[in-house]
Design a protein around this ligand. Structure first.
Ligand SMILES: C[S@@+](CC[C@H](N)C(=O)[O-])C[C@H]1O[C@@H](n2cnc3c(N)ncnc32)[C@H](O)[C@@H]1O
Length: 345
């Protein structure tokens, strides 16, 4: 098997007016910007997720069943999640939080950030990835993990957990959907998705990782849940909340949707810049026009647009651990109440 290249510095290069991590771009590992604008976007996404009730907060399993003494955040980005865990759950000196990324944030006093390409087997790392953790977070890595790597990536995380430790994973399906079946009225969003997803596939990534596949009235839970089951996880649960774009949903969701809408242009730009301009050869002006059209469509509240999220979490079986009542109850509730979303792929 060819060896997986590892990043050795934080050198950046300018592409279409944005800063990209030179190593990640040149080796085709991850092709989103890494500049302050992107860091700010990731922080804002994190802030929305922490106040979005349907998502479930920083910790998706029942927090009373989780021990946060040794935490690993895979693909930590701006460090927002790691930072928040260390702030909110730090119990004296009992918590250690490690964040791993191709382009890690600057080290700080309470958090240990390390540079590593997670496409390589964890056993090859002599440092952070050989430690044992009580909790691992992996969020929004579809753009950077090889499609074929997902099973062994999840097995590696299983291997790095202590008995009784938890893994939580979240991915978003960026093919924007309509809650009232009017997605056809947003053709530019469809075009953006086509350009983005085909470029990602050419790069050997799976833009649908985590999604639910529905076959003729039978639901089959695909990908992350199946892979966690195969890896040996127990007490696996999942949640598939829909993140509204714009203020079309009543109640607290209205405010969340408005905040999401404000972030969407930047999100489609960050995710789509390389795909549209480098892979599909679009001019800067055509890309700007496409983003403008997408914003126009997203501002139509009648279309009830949303992003489908997929979160899955599970526990490594351990000595003396029993499935708690709350875990049993919430799995039943999820099974009964979660109709599979019907999704155009
Ligand atoms: C979309 S950001 C998400 C950041 C963070 N998980 C969050 O939820 O805010 C993806 C991050 O994963 C990192 N990443 C992508 N592929 C990676 C890989 N193969 N190894 C390590 N880090 C990776 C990127 O550098 C980027 O910082």
């Amino acid at each position: 098997m060819a060896s997986v290249p590892q990043p050795w510095n934080d050198e950046v290069e300018m592409i279409s007016g944005r800063e990209f991590h030179k190593f990640s771009v040149r080796h085709g590992v991850y092709r989103l910007p890494v500049d302050e604008t992107e860091e700010d976007r990731l922080d804002k996404v994190h802030s929305i997720l922490t106040s979005w009730e349907d998502f479930g907060g920083l910790i998706l399993p029942d927090p009373t069943e989780v021990k946060l003494s040794a935490v690993l955040d895979c693909g930590c980005g701006s460090g927002a999640w790691a930072d928040a865990i260390s702030d909110e759950y730090a119990d004296g000196e009992d918590i250690s939080v490690v964040g791993v990324d191709l382009y890690p944030p600057k080290q700080c006093e309470y958090l240990d950030f390390q540079r590593w390409n997670l496409n390589a087997p964890f056993r090859l790392d002599q440092g952070v990835l050989s430690e044992r953790y009580t909790f691992i977070n992996s969020r929004f890595l579809a753009n950077g993990i090889d499609a074929a790597r997902w099973p062994s990536y999840i097995q590696d995380m299983y291997g790095r957990l202590r008995s009784g430790g938890w893994l939580q994973m979240t991915e978003a399906y960026m093919n924007i959907q309509s809650d009232n079946g009017r997605r056809d009225e947003a053709p530019s969003l469809g075009r953006w998705w086509h350009l983005f997803s085909t470029a990602l596939e050419q790069q050997g990534r799976d833009p649908r990782v985590g999604t639910t596949v529905v076959h003729a009235n039978q639901r089959s839970w695909a990908n992350l849940k199946a892979l966690m089951t195969q890896a040996g996880f127990d007490c696996i649960q999942e949640r598939h909340p829909r993140l509204p774009i714009g203020g079309w949903k009543p109640g607290a969701s209205r405010y969340i949707g408005e905040r999401v809408f404000d972030l969407m242009r930047g999100t489609l730009e960050s995710l789509g810049l390389w795909a549209c301009c480098r892979v599909h050869g679009m001019s800067a002006q055509s890309f700007t026009d496409l983003l403008d059209e997408c914003v126009q469509e997203m501002s139509n509240a009648d279309l009830h647009l949303y992003i489908q999220f997929y979160s899955v979490w599970g526990q490594k079986p351990g000595h003396g651990r029993r499935q708690s009542k709350s875990t049993r109850r919430s799995s039943q509730v999820l099974d009964q109440t979660m109709p599979p979303p019907s999704i155009g792929r």
